[in-house]
Design a binder for this molecule. Sequence first.
Ligand SMILES: *[C@@H]1O[C@H](CO)[C@@H](O)[C@H](O)[C@H]1NC(C)=O
Ligand SMILES: *[C@@H]1O[C@H](CO)[C@@H](O)[C@H](O)[C@H]1NC(C)=O
Ligand SMILES: [Zn+2]
Length: 264
Amino acid sequence: MKFSIVLLASLTSLSSACIYPRAGEATFTYEGAGGPLVWHHLNATTNGACAQGKTQSPINVDTKSDIGTAVSTKLSYPAQASFTSENNGHTLQYSPPKNANFTATLGGKQYQLLQFHFHTPSEHRLNKEHFPLEVHFVHQNAADKSLAVVGVFFDVARGPGDGFLMGVQAGLKDVEEKGDEGTANIHLGSITKKVAKSTVYNYKGSLTTPPCTEEINWFVVQEPLHVSIEQYNQMKKIMKYNSRFTQNELNHKENIIEDSCGAI
Ligand SMILES: *[C@@H]1O[C@H](CO)[C@@H](O)[C@H](O)[C@H]1NC(C)=O
Ligand SMILES: *[C@@H]1O[C@H](CO)[C@@H](O)[C@H](O)[C@H]1NC(C)=O
Ligand SMILES: [Zn+2]
């Protein structure tokens, strides 16, 4: 409640000197005039769900609440593959080779991996705690095109860091700047093992970037993997800050972000 009052007050004071980007200038960011509070303004036609949605992600996963746990969650990924990597200006994103079979069984349904990418700090939270890094494995069902995303947290630890991140780290020099592309030899064993072993929370949410599309089936893995201090610092230096704030409270409010900016 406090949040919404502050927000509305600040929007009102801005109404004469509107900071929202004009049509055509729009590209989303994580702060300021292109930031998460105004994503819906970047394109009112496509991004409405960013403000009006009722099942927006990310969320704080309260393990004592009635959030569901997933049954039959299995990543049947090859142990290792050469991924194409890309710095798209929002995240570091990795796509599997075209003919590889990256199947996942999530909530009893089969999906194929489209890509994985990172957020720092984590977007989801666990009993309010955030983590320094989160990876999202984005999957699609071949028949109905529905999306399912697996989120895995990382906690900073001494030592070499997780085997999965070693391949990412080795290829970071290729993707330091927006628009850069490269390849990365990625080992998936630690990810598939962790998902098989951990409690996995399941909820219906959204994309955490515009257009904030809903009906995304989320699978949030409770147990974190390890990121080394060096891996964390190197990834943070490239991605800076790319995390949308938690949406739990907004999901239960009517149209909390008022448009006091008028038509632009
Ligand atoms: C909004 O998105 C639609 C669909 O991609 C596009 O046709 C339209 O030009 C966009 N509008 C603005 C203001 O960018
Ligand atoms: C892909 O892997 C899944 C799970 O291991 C398997 O059921 C399926 O038959 C495989 N598909 C192909 C084309 O190899
Ligand atoms: Zn993501």
